[in-house]
Design a protein around this ligand. Structure first.
Ligand code: DX5
Ligand code: ZN
Length: 224
């Protein structure tokens, strides 16, 4: 379970859509209004894109107290748990497509003092993560194909959210459900209704003319 400072729904802006030349300022501007910071680490292998790594996370840690939710789109994320923790990461999510049997990698993350999340891509069925949900603080349901921001939300992923919600509640688990990709003011309320706890939003926050108003509007939509 994520730190219970603020109960769901939580908003996690993704820095992928921020201006990397002004990253610290961009994060500090939204910090009072958001709950987590979503950091997409891409390796150019698991996904066809490269983003940020340890040095950027280290620098960000100096300018914000937000919980760092690190989404590791990598084929060997476990090699980086220790340096990520050292840099200030709080939670690491790895992909079930990389670790179809994630028991050991979950234990490794915990040994390093990290919370553990499991992510699944749009084509991956819920059954792939179901047996392992009890190991997870977070289930990351990808609602776009990973690799890039500002893509269109894939509606079919809501089925998976509903199934995950039912499973988590009926088994008394404390796993939070995060949705990642294509979230905005137009869909946030119905995605909440399907059972999501944490909303990642990149383009809808940092791509907006006023990121703070964008977060507040989203919060308003979640609360109605
Ligand atoms: C995609 C990333 C997402 C991305 C979301 O691979 O995992 O976290 O930043 O961006 P938006 O909200 O713009 O779809
Ligand atoms: Zn992500």
């Amino acid at each position: 379970m994520l730190p219970a400072v603020i109960s769901p729904p939580r908003i996690a802006p993704s820095i992928l859509a921020a201006d990397f030349a002004r990253l610290g300022e961009e994060v500090q501007r939204v910090e009072p209004y958001v709950d987590l910071l979503h950091i997409d680490v891409m390796d150019g292998h698991f996904v066809p894109n490269l983003t940020v790594g340890i040095p950027v996370i280290t620098s960000l840690r100096k300018v914000t107290a937000l919980t760092f939710d690190c989404h590791l789109m990598m084929t060997n994320p476990d090699s980086y748990f220790r340096p990520l923790r050292g840099a200030g990461a709080d939670l690491v999510s790895v992909h079930v497509e990389v670790f179809p049997e994630p028991t050991r990698v979950a234990a490794q993350a915990r040994e390093e003092g990290l919370l553990f999340g499991l992510a699944l891509n749009p084509p991956t069925p819920f059954e792939a993560v179901e047996p392992f949900l009890e190991l997870c603080d977070l289930l990351v349901v990808m609602s776009v194909h990973p690799g890039f921001g500002a893509q269109t939300f894939i509606e079919a992923t809501l089925d998976k959210v509903e199934r995950a919600r039912k499973f988590i509640d009926s088994h008394g688990l404390r796993t939070d459900i995060e949705i990642d990709g294509g979230i905005g003011l137009d869909n946030v309320a119905r995605v909440r209704a399907a059972g999501v706890d944490v909303f990642v939003a990149g383009n809808a926050v940092f791509g907006a003319p006023d990121p703070v108003s964008a977060v507040q509007a989203m919060r308003g939509a979640l609360e109605t």
